[in-house]
Design a protein around this ligand. Structure first.
Ligand code: MTE
Length: 398
């Protein structure tokens, strides 16, 4: 394959054919790493071949800032490292197709079947996009910033856009990263430079970043238009193929992630030993929300949603607050703020007696906007933002 130069971990599960490379770790393997995912287990979503960038060529990598700016500039990799304040922050990236397998089982969508591990977390280091854009002086008419990667695909280079006022907002933490967990980015994750758009779907975080183009309209890139959308549920694959209007309506483009949660334990095929009375089984998993909103509760039901129990939540930000100061050459000052760009981990001790009469364990979360996961899936043609209550069947011994 064209990716022969890319090192990869054999524990990753392939979700599509041999090429391009689309993988997730087994859910429990991912969960057991803790809040930070080692880069070799970080999910990968590639639309095509990974651009080959040799070590010796990294200093020559350039990023141009063009379009509706008073001061178009081309920055070298070194400028990006040296001319701007460097930030380090824990950020969870989530593919908009996470959990699509559950949707495809009920009714097929056009996307491939992600399990519940289409997400990962790293400490990303780099300058804020806001600072870089400011040095190019966006003009008054400017409303969007388009990003373009170096991967040449059947429909052109991969690209998308976000609103300029988001990119200019330092609290949104949109950054250009060149390190993950203190190490240079690996080829699959955008080496040497990528955008990281916290709280939004992974599809906006353009890898192998070469261009920022400031515009007065959203990106016209093929991948911006025909990917990462939740079309109305009434739109069938045939309707979507016939009429471009469904694809160009910005109202259907996904930006912020929605609220979601998953149980890693019990595992889907795990057999629980429920024979020892008085024993406690601890159910656990992850939850996340979009737009910097914190998860405010995770609830578990053992009786099909008639009654719920409140789980404990551990926040990744709290764990990394102690690193206030310098980390990996970037200033860590973000945990002070009440935003959350990370997944959190929930857990709930359950007396095994309570599990004995239950067929399934259900999980749902709520975020600080009091938005809760829905009971039922919302089917849409691309199968995205899959967040109905998570369900694990309970298999018991004895
Ligand atoms: N950037 C480029 N240049 N090419 C791509 O194929 N895939 C996008 C995004 N950025 C993509 C890209 C999608 S859909 C996702 S979910 C994330 O990258 C995945 O990032 P990761 O592979 O580092 O996990």
């Amino acid at each position: 394959t064209p990716d022969h130069h890319v090192p990869r971990d054999s524990r990753l599960i392939r979700l599509t054919g041999v090429h391009p490379f689309n993988v997730e770790a087994p859910l429990t393997t991912l969960y057991n790493q803790g809040f930070l995912t080692p880069p070799e287990l970080f999910y990968v979503r590639n639309h095509g071949a990974v651009p080959q960038v040799l070590d010796k060529d990294i200093p020559d990598w350039t990023l141009s800032i063009e379009g509706l700016v008073e001061n178009p500039i081309t920055l070298s990799f070194r400028d990006i490292l040296e001319k701007y304040e460097q930030i380090t922050a824990p950020i969870t990236l989530v593919c908009a197709g996470n959990r699509r397998k559950e949707q495809n089982t009920v009714r097929k969508s056009k996307g491939f079947s992600w399990g519940p591990a289409g997400l990962s977390t790293a400490l990303f280091t780099g300058p804020l996009m806001a600072d870089i854009l400011r040095s190019a002086k966006p003009s008054r008419r400017a409303k969007y910033v388009c990003m373009e990667g170096a991967d040449k695909l059947p429909n052109g280079y991969y690209g998308t856009s976000v609103k300029l006022n988001w990119a200019m907002d330092r609290n949104k933490l949109i950054m250009l990263a060149y390190k993950m967990n203190g190490e240079a980015l690996t080829p699959d994750h955008g080496r040497p430079l990528r955008a990281v758009v916290p709280g939004q779907i992974g599809g906006r975080s353009v890898k192998w970043l070469t261009k920022l183009i400031v515009t007065d309209a959203p990106s016209e890139n093929w991948y911006h238009i025909y990917d990462n959308r939740v079309l109305p549920t009434t739109v069938s694959p045939e309707m979507a193929a016939q009429d471009k209007k469904w694809w160009t309506d910005e109202r259907y483009a996904i930006y912020d992630l929605n609220v979601n949660s998953v149980a890693a334990y019990p595992e889907h095929e795990e057999t629980l030993d429920l024979t020892t009375s008085g024993k406690i089984y601890t159910a656990k998993g992850y939850a996340y929300a979009g737009g910097g909103r914190r998860i405010t509760r995770v609830e578990i039901s053992l009786d099909k949603g008639k009654s719920w129990r409140l789980a404990d939540i551990e926040y990744a930000e709290d764990k990394y607050r102690e690193y206030e100061g310098e980390l990996f050459g970037g200033k860590v000052d973000m945990w002070q703020r009440e935003t959350s760009y990370c997944w959190s981990f929930w857990s709930l001790p359950i007396p095994v007696a309570d599990l004995k009469d239950s067929d399934a364990l259900l999980v749902r979360a709520m975020d600080e906007a009091m938005t809760a996961q829905p009971r039922d899936m919302y089917w849409s043609v691309l199968g995205m933002m899959n967040n109905p209550w998570f369900r694990v069947m309970i298999h018991r011994e004895g």
